[in-house]
Ligand binder design. Structure first.
Ligand code: AP5
Length: 214
C-alpha cells in the first residue's frame, strides 16, 4: 500500500505516520525529517534548504523531488511507503505521479488530516522534539514521562526554530496557497480520504486506518 498523509503544518502528520507505518508495515518517509538530517550533517542540500525552512517557505521543487526519489527504493523491503510532508505543491505531485508510473506503481490513498488554524498554532507553539531520535511531544497534549527529556533516550528536548509564532503564520500561509490545492487534485483522481484530525492521538490513528481499509 502506498499512502500520502496530507495536511497543514502541525496537523499531526508526523505523529500519526509513526503509528500508521507500523500498523501497515510501510516505509515512513518524512521530507521534513530528511531535510533536518541533511541540515544537521551540513550537506550542500541541508545548507541550501536551511534558508527556506527558517523562513517558513518551501524548499524548491527540483531539490525536494530529487531528494525524495533517492529514498523510494527502500520501500521494496516493506509493504509500500507512507509519505509525510511530500508532495506539497502541484509540481511535486505531478513529478511524483510520473516517477511512480515509470516504476510501475501508484498511490492507493491520500489521507487529508483536517485541523483548523487556531488549533495548529496551539499545537506548534507547545511542540518539543528529541534531537537524537526525532520523536515529537507536546508540553500539554502529549508530554514526555519526565519533563523536558525524551522517553526513549533521556536526551534534552528542544523546540523547532520554525515553531516560533511568526514563522508558524508564514508556514500556514504557504500551506493555504501552495499545498491546499492538492486536496482537489487528489479528489479528482478518486484517491482522497478526509479525516478529522481533532481528538486523542489514538482516535485519529483509528480514523486513518479505517479510511485506508475502506
Ligand atoms: P515539515 O517538518 O514537514 O513540517 P510541517 O509539514 O510544517 O509539519 P510539522 O512537522 O510541523 O507538523 P506535523 O503535521 O508533522 O505535526 P506533528 O505530528 O509534529 O517541514 C518543515 C519545513 O521543511 C517546511 O516548512 C519547508 O521549509 C521544508 N519542507 C518539508 N517538506 C517539503 C516539501 N515537500 N517541499 C518543500 N519544502 C519542504 O504534531 C504537531 C504537535 O501537535 C506535536 O507537538 C504533537 O505532539 C501534537 N499533536 C499531534 N497530534 C495531536 C492531537 N491529535 N491532539 C493534540 N496534539 C497533537
Amino acid at each position: 500500500m502506498n499512502l500520502i498523509l496530507l495536511g497543514p503544518p502541525g496537523a499531526g502528520k508526523g505523529t500519526q505516520a509513526v503509528h500508521i507505518a507500523e500498523a501497515f508495515g510501510l516505509l515512513h518517509l518524512s521530507s521534513g525529517d530528511i531535510l533536518r538530517r541533511e541540515r544537521k550533517a551540513r550537506t550542500e542540500l541541508g545548507q541550501k534548504a536551511q534558508v527556506y525552512m527558517d523562513r517558513g517557505d518551501l524548499v524548491p521543487d527540483d531539490l525536494i523531488l530529487a531528494m525524495m526519489v533517492e529514498h523510494f527504493g527502500q520501500a521494496k523491503e516493506k509493504n509500500g511507503f507512507l509519505l509525510d510532508g511530500f508532495p506539497r505543491t502541484l509540481a511535486q505531485a505531478t513529478g511524483l505521479k510520473s516517477r511512480l508510473e515509470s516504476a510501475g506503481t501508484r498511490l492507493d490513498h491520500v489521507v487529508s488530516v483536517e485541523v483548523e488554524d487556531a488549533e495548529i498554532i496551539a499545537r506548534l507553539t507547545g511542540r518539543l522534539y528529541c534531537p537524537e531520535c526525532g520523536r515529537t511531544y507536546h508540553e500539554l497534549f502529549s508530554p514526555p514521562r519526565n519533563a523536558g527529556v525524551c522517553d526513549v533516550n533521556g536526551e534534552k528536548l528542544l523546540r523547532r526554530k520554525d515553531d516560533m509564532p511568526e514563522v508558524v503564520r508564514q508556514r500556514l500561509e504557504t500551506y493555504h496557497r501552495e499545498t491546499k490545492p492538492l486536496i482537489a487534485y487528489y479528489g479528482e483522481q478518486g484517491l482522497l480520504r478526509t479525516v478529522d484530525g481533532i481528538g486523542e492521538i489514538g482516535e485519529v490513528s483509528e480514523r486513518i486506518k479505517k479510511a485506508c481499509r475502506a
